[in-house]
Design a protein around this ligand. Structure first.
Ligand SMILES: [Zn+2]
Length: 184
């Protein structure tokens, strides 16, 4: 991931293009969007689009505390959420790692690299559109499973068995039965 010091640029853009300057602070080399009215850091994304400046994403946000709305301009790199691992460690969103996990599940299956890349693209777009600063790795796993479920039954079961580490054979069989029923 490219490290960009864009706070100065963003501040300039914000003062030029918006009425209110969202306060930008750096945390783990990422920008946290603070509400310019009450400094709350939790906000939901109402609208998201690529700005004319190219790799900047313009986001309309609503503060979850005071419900006021403001606009932010975020670098592409910063629009991907951090991944929260099961042990609470934070990791950057890793496209390559995601692809490798999917490729492993699809090994020797009639699935092209193009199709695997399409799954990754879909997941990256989903993570970006969420506008969330962080996403649990378990949630990413669920998304991968959903995507593989639609793509290939065997790849799905492989990924699910590693990912969910089924507690027993019964749990696995239930999952398999559901899958086979859905295929009919
Ligand atoms: Zn607020």
């Amino acid at each position: 991931m490219r490290v960009v010091d864009s706070s100065a640029l963003l501040t300039t853009l914000n003062s030029r293009l918006t009425t209110h300057d969202p306060q930008l602070t750096t945390h783990d080399s990422r920008l946290i969007m603070k509400c310019p009215f009450c400094s709350n850091i939790e906000s939901k994304v109402i609208d998201s689009r690529l700005s004319r400046e190219g790799d900047l994403t313009r986001r309309r946000r609503e503060c979850e505390r005071c419900a006021k709305r403001f606009t932010t301009y975020e670098r592409y790199e910063e629009t991907l959420p951090l991944i929260v691992k099961k042990d609470n460690r934070r990791e950057p969103f890793d496209r390559q790692k995601l692809f490798q996990g999917i490729a492993r599940a699809c090994e020797k299956r009639p699935i092209s690299v193009e199709q695997m890349n399409a799954v990754v693209d879909k997941l990256v777009a989903w993570a970006q559109d969420s506008g969330l600063p962080e996403i649990a790795s378990t949630e990413i796993g669920e998304q991968v499973m959903n995507a593989l479920h639609d793509l290939d039954g065997v790849a799905y079961v492989r990924f699910a068995s590693v990912y969910r580490s089924f507690k027993d054979v019964n749990e696995f069989m239930t999952e398999l039965k559901d899958l086979l029923a859905a295929r009919k």
